[in-house]
Design a protein around this ligand. Sequence first.
Ligand SMILES: Cc1cc2nc3c(=O)[nH]c(=O)nc-3n(C[C@H](O)[C@H](O)[C@H](O)COP(=O)(O)O)c2cc1C
Length: 150
Amino acid sequence: MDALGKIYTTTTIVTMNVGGKLNGISIAWITRVSITPPMLAISIGKTRYSHELLNKTDRFGVCIMKPNAEELVSYFGSKSGRNVDKFAGLNYTLSDSGIPIVPDTLAYIECIIKSKADAGDHTIFIGEVVLQKTFDEGKPLIYGEHRMLG
Ligand SMILES: Cc1cc2nc3c(=O)[nH]c(=O)nc-3n(C[C@H](O)[C@H](O)[C@H](O)COP(=O)(O)O)c2cc1C
């Protein structure tokens, strides 16, 4: 195993609602970056449809996934919202701001985008936390060794 594979993170689905268009993207490269105010950084590939959408909005949701959510994470992480409505047939809810929350979400965090940083083939979007909800006290689905460890 290469050393980068030894970075363990939390598996999430980052969601957005841009003028009524819902999309979600599986994200493992996410971390908290500020205590006051609480802030998160997510790293989004420049070719992703979500990258295009996040450049048109100031708000995103972070669904921290339960360990049994591997199949849903694989779906959101293999299809593009350019070609597929990933929410079709899915039993999701909407936050008060209209951001989708997917099934099997352990905890939900909503952020307002405060800044962006270029990072090779990705862009880091830094968001300030404006809402957080815990639905279940269990542990999240962990990503490490280049795969989900459900
Ligand atoms: C477990 C997992 C973790 C992923 N982590 C990231 C990530 O941190 N950043 C990223 O840009 N793509 C990541 N991806 C890939 C995207 O989820 C994938 O390219 C997705 O289909 C893009 O969807 P979109 O085109 O609708 O935005 C991950 C995929 C999986 C399955």
